[in-house]
Design a protein. Structure first.
Length: 200
């Protein structure tokens, strides 16, 4: 083999490997873009709805009120501009659906699919309804998340119109329905520390 043939062979080998490398890089970039796109389908950006969100910022990370606060005080809680339709288990949902047709399964109710994999299963509308009703995947009612305006009428605690006064957890369980908050005055939100002490 002379030098020209050897140089041609090396150049061809390098070109083939480099081309393969670029193909792999392109595929990985496409996968990363697809993963980054999870949860960004067509739901309007969030913002603060209540007027007193800044005063109530401590509740953004409280387990009982987190979802409620993120809906009513999205800017204060750092969720402004984020979309509300997303897979809660984003890394698993596409895999479950590809391997075992999770989204088409008759075994799991649509409410479970919407709670865990709303984006992958195209159940964003159902998930939005569940959030408004405060339903979790096990069917239990979470903190009332109807829509913030229903709780912006100054109920409980002498709040001014436009201020957020969410119900305490007990009222979510003891009273109220999917259609509305509990009858009568709603108690003002307890401080997270007081709530923890009450449970123990």
């Amino acid at each position: 083999m002379n030098f020209q043939n050897f140089a041609f062979f090396i150049s061809l080998t390098f070109f083939i490997f480099f081309d393969k490398f670029l193909q792999i890089q392109s595929q990985q970039q496409q996968q990363a873009t697809a993963i980054d796109a999870l949860g960004t389908r067509g739901v309007a950006p969030s913002s603060d709805i209540a007027l007193n969100c800044a005063v109530m910022a401590e509740y953004c990370q409280d387990n009982t009120y987190r979802a409620y606060m993120q809906r009513c005080c999205a800017t204060t809680c750092g969720n402004a501009g984020q979309q509300t339709c997303a897979d809660r288990l984003g890394h698993l949902c596409p895999i479950w659906n590809a391997r075992s047709s999770f989204c088409q399964s008759q075994f799991y109710p649509n409410t479970v699919k919407a709670d865990l994999c709303a984006f992958t299963c195209s159940l964003c509308d159902l998930r939005q309804q569940e959030l408004q009703l405060g339903i979790s995947s096990n069917g239990a009612r979470g903190p009332i998340e109807l829509n913030c305006q229903q709780l912006l009428q100054g109920a409980g605690g002498g709040a001014n119109h436009g201020e957020l006064v969410p119900p305490v957890e007990a009222q979510t369980v003891m009273g109220g329905t999917a259609g509305g908050p509990p009858a009568g005055q709603m108690q003002p939100m307890m401080a997270p520390q007081a709530q923890q002490m009450r449970r123990t």
